[in-house]
Structures are given as structure tokens and as C-alpha cells.
Design a protein around this ligand. Structure first.
Ligand code: PEP
Length: 260
């Protein structure tokens, strides 16, 4: 079954709204229609740039989806500094990253909270990008599959097959994020296949076959195409390299070549 890969740029805490607009304009110039027909492209700016980048995408009808990097699990309330899923939906946001390893590490997020956030995103008619991935010590002690299976089960707990089929999982080994040391395409494929079979166990093979599972962790134009040759890898979540429009566009082009 053909799944359309998703190449999403996670800008993290980079780019103010003016810089975000410039980067998106430059990216749109660098993308070809052929590429964006073959793969879906998204950018996930910081909250403060969502409105400006979203207005540009809408106004110029750019073939780029808008994503956010996080949200609060509650619909509203006395949560100073937080942003709800419905506030993001109102800005035209289509994807929301939940459970990124930087939030798991710096904000103490666990699978239960990631699950609540994923439900909030789905409840606001957007698609969560649910991040999972092992730390180096877990990989070196041979526990990658066990760790990732636990995160998938916890983060997707209680969701229906239809809900899971429409969301995105990003497999991001923590040791590969921002380090320049990406997983090999074979290692990414192996773990992503484990994720897909865990999802099949949870909600059935049909939903598992529809679910898109990205790889993330030091993706660049030099390794994107090889990753895209792997049958279970449905695109990439890209951090650092998404801040350079030309480099990000090359990642899209390489992935699109394999997806056509
Ligand atoms: C990320 O932030 O999700 C990520 C994968 O970062 P990088 O591409 O910089 O490793």
C-alpha cells in the first residue's frame, strides 16, 4: 500500500516570525511541484511564527503544511504560558509534534502525558506527530526494540484504529538528534518495522499499514535518499537541516525521487 511520505522541518527554538517567513518563501522557491506531489512537506516553526508563516502559506497557496512543536493536553484553563490544541487549529495548523525527546528530557514528559497531548491534537482535528526513540545507553544494551515498543504502547494507548491510521509516528533515536550521527538506513528500517508491528498488535494490521512512520535524527541531503529506499520509512522529521531552505529542499527532492 502506498503511503505518501511526510518530510517535516522542526525549527525548534530558531527563527522569529520575520525570519520564518523568509525561510518559508525560500523553501517554496526551491521546491518543485513534482516533488511536492510525491511527498508531503511541512514546516513546524515556533509558536510566535505560526501566524505569519501560516498567512504566507495560505495567501500564496504554497504546497507546504503548517505544524507546531507542542501543545498543552487541556482544552483551556489556568495554565500560564501554555497553548491549547484548538488555538493551534484556529491558526490553520495541521500537524503537532508531541513527545519530542527534547520535551521528554527538559520538560519531563512521559508517555502518559504524550498520550493526553496526542488525544488533544486529534480532538482538535489535527494530526499528532508522536516521537519515540531510545537513548544511547538503551541502544548499547540491546534494548532499542523494548524501549520503543513501550513508548508506542504508552503514547498511543486507547486510540482507535482510525485515529492511529491518520497520525504520524517519528522514530528518533535520541543519540542521533543534533549529533551528526544518523542511524543507518538498515537500523532505521529495522526499528520502524518493530514500531509498525507493535501498532498492528495494538489496533490491527489495516491501521498499521496506513500509519506513516518517519525517521528523524541528523537527516541531511546526503542520507535522505537512502533512508527513503526502505519500505517502512515514510519520510523524515528534520531538525537542523530544515533551517537551510536549499538543504531542506534537497532532502525533499531525494525522498521524492524514491517515492515516485
Ligand atoms: C529533531 O529535532 O527532531 C531532529 C531530528 O533534529 P536533527 O535533524 O537536527 O538531528
Amino acid at each position: 500500500m502506498a503511503r505518501r511520505p511526510l518530510i517535516a522541518g522542526n525549527w525548534k527554538m530558531h527563527k522569529n516570525h520575520l525570519e520564518g517567513v523568509q525561510l518559508t518563501q525560500k523553501l517554496a522557491w526551491a521546491l518543485s511541484r513534482e516533488d511536492t506531489d510525491a511527498v508531503e512537506v511541512a514546516v513546524c516553526p515556533p509558536f510566535t511564527a505560526l501566524r505569519s508563516v501560516g498567512t504566507l502559506i495560505d495567501g500564496d497557496k504554497l504546497p507546504i503544511a503548517l505544524g507546531a512543536q507542542d501543545c498543552h493536553p487541556e482544552a483551556q484553563g489556568a495554565y500560564t504560558g501554555e497553548i491549547s490544541a484548538s488555538m493551534l487549529a484556529k491558526l490553520g495548523v495541521q500537524y503537532v509534534i508531541v513527545g519530542h525527546s527534547e520535551r521528554r528530557q527538559y520538560a519531563g514528559e512521559d508517555d502518559e502525558l504524550v498520550n493526553r497531548k496526542a488525544r488533544a491534537v486529534l480532538g482538535a482535528d489535527m494530526r499528532p506527530i508522536v516521537c519515540v526513540g531510545e537513548v544511547l545507553e538503551e541502544r548499547e544494551s540491546g534494548r532499542t526494540a523494548e524501549v520503543v515498543q513501550g513508548q508506542v504502547r504508552g503514547s498511543l494507548a486507547g486510540l482507535s484504529g482510525d485515529q492511529v491510521a491518520g497520525l504520524v509516528v517519528a522514530y528518533e533515536p535520541v543519540w542521533a538528534i543534533g549529533t551528526g550521527r544518523a542511524a543507518t538506513a538498515d537500523d532505521a528500517q529495522e526499528t520502524i518495522a518493530v514500531i509498525r508491528s507493535t501498532v498492528a498488535d495494538l489496533v490491527g494490521q489495516g491501521a498499521a499499514d496506513e500509519l506513516r512512520i518517519q525517521y528523524g535524527g541528523s537527516v541531511k541531503s546526503s542520507n535522505a535518499e537512502e533512508l527513503a529506499t526502505k519500505p517502512d520509512v515514510d519520510g523524515a522529521l528534520v531538525g537542523g537541516a530544515s533551517l537551510d531552505a536549499d538543504e531542506f529542499a534537497l532532502i525533499v527532492t531525494g525522498s521524492a525521487r524514491r517515492a515516485r
